[in-house]
Ligand binder design. Sequence first.
Ligand code: HEM
Length: 264
Amino acid sequence: TKTKAEPKSSGVTNGGARIVVDGDDEVLSPTDLSEMLAEGTKDSHDKAENCQFVKDFLRGRIKRELFKRGTAALYFVYAAMEEEIEKNEDHPHIAPIYFPAELHRREALARDLEYFYGEDWESQISLSAGTKPYVDRIHEVGQRDPVLLVAHSYTRYMGDLSGGQILKKVAQRALKLPSTGEGLNFYQFEGIHSQKGFKQLYRSRMNELELDAETKERIVGESNRAFSFNMMVFTELEEIGKTIKEEVQDAGLGHSHAEIMEGM
Ligand code: HEM
């Protein structure tokens, strides 16, 4: 579960809004977009973490075929998201959170797919029924309401920066992938030295966006939608998994869920 120590009030006031200082001395306000997103997607996050596919994955119960399909699904999602972000890179609500060298995953996913499927990977993958609504929504938002791309970026990139390292280790061990990182480029953010530091920068950039209260609420709503789309992808993979015969051994980290979370 995504938990944060209860913020301590600093007693400072800001136009009526209480300013709180968290454990890392970040100054937070409940009307900051980063705080609204963290608070407003808590339930969605709990649901995502507790769906069967994700629980199996964390236990190391993941079939190679399913991991390949999941990687393909992510490829379509990131290709759509990064295409729309790039089209809108000069938009005042996108430019401050535009970090292609640090965040963008399309190239990394393409390399992973080449590792799993071979040189002709592109002809071997297709957009699944469970992934299509997610991809369609990203294009719709990019064309009609680009400020909502903030929600899609937040939901994926901040999640990847939070849980990525643990998921990488689980997959490496369960699928016996080489320690060189082949097949796992998605989880490796070469342009980011401190995940924590980058998350702080990203949050402050979101908070500096010139947005009215209603737009902030719409971004939180869109992030919850993005969580639902991710769940649809997981549910579809779970269903496909039931039809695939493949050995899975319990190759999880051998720790409780709570312990795994401690390290994140
Ligand atoms: C943050 C764990 C799945 C999106 C986090 C954090 C942890 C975590 C430990 C850090 C919380 C913090 O910094 O206070 C996990 C685990 C998952 C999982 C164990 C299951 C494998 C997901 C999924 C998504 C997601 C499926 C969405 C696709 C996010 C986001 C954040 C986050 C957006 C940033 C929250 C914020 O600071 O605003 N997650 N997560 N997570 N996760 Fe997950």
